[in-house]
Design a protein around this ligand. Sequence first.
Ligand code: PRP
Ligand code: URA
Ligand code: MG
Length: 228
Amino acid sequence: MTITATQAAGPLNVTVNEMVHLLPQTRQLRALHTVIRDRHADLGRFVTTSGRIIRQLIETALDLLPYEPVDVQTPVGETYHGLRPAKPICGVPVVRAGESMEHELRAVSPGVRIGKILIQRDKVTKLPRLYYSALPADIDRHSVLLLDPMLATGGTALAAVEVLLDHGVAEDDIVFVALLSAPEGIAAVHARHPNLRIVTSAIEERLNENAYMIPGIGDFGDRYFGTD
Ligand code: PRP
Ligand code: URA
Ligand code: MG
């Protein structure tokens, strides 16, 4: 399916295929977006409401991971032929804004391991700068949820994926989870990593001249942590 951004208004086309998982655009989801996109949203409402969307993204991302069959006995003595994750899961938030997604992942997957990658976009050039990473030594055996609410130019996502690949993680073991995505960012990621899956709740129209998404949300990190 080819759509033109979320509201079918942008100049760029982005292909939504099996590599791009856009949450169902329900009225409820749109109402949640309405709260957090409002420039007057207070900090508490911003945090709570973005958390509700992030929870949906995490649940969708978990469904993309490999599962294996397992049987359990029910209390009435019958067998339920179920499933369990085939690999351990590691969440990797891109610090800082990605940390907003960490506790939503922990809430649904309490034993999950957490790595960190600290990348900041340069305020002027908008190019990503990698400062630090701390990842489990055996991260290459895990399914990895790479967490960053904003996929704009794609520079940060590409830098973070590079760190994971350098640690032996296979491209198709990574699911990138982003609350908002720009068509430019999706295209940039898939130009280099065609097998990388992206889960997102909105595909924006485009980037503005300052590399912010429009209609967008502003600087997610500043709004979530109250630092603007
Ligand atoms: C934001 C955001 C992404 C990045 C996206 O981080 O959280 O990491 O920009 O932009 P890109 O796709 O153009 O690279 P920022 O550098 O503002 O840091 P923060 O997490 O501290 O807000
Ligand atoms: N980072 C953000 O926080 N928002 C954008 O629109 C782009 C990058
Ligand atoms: Mg920021």
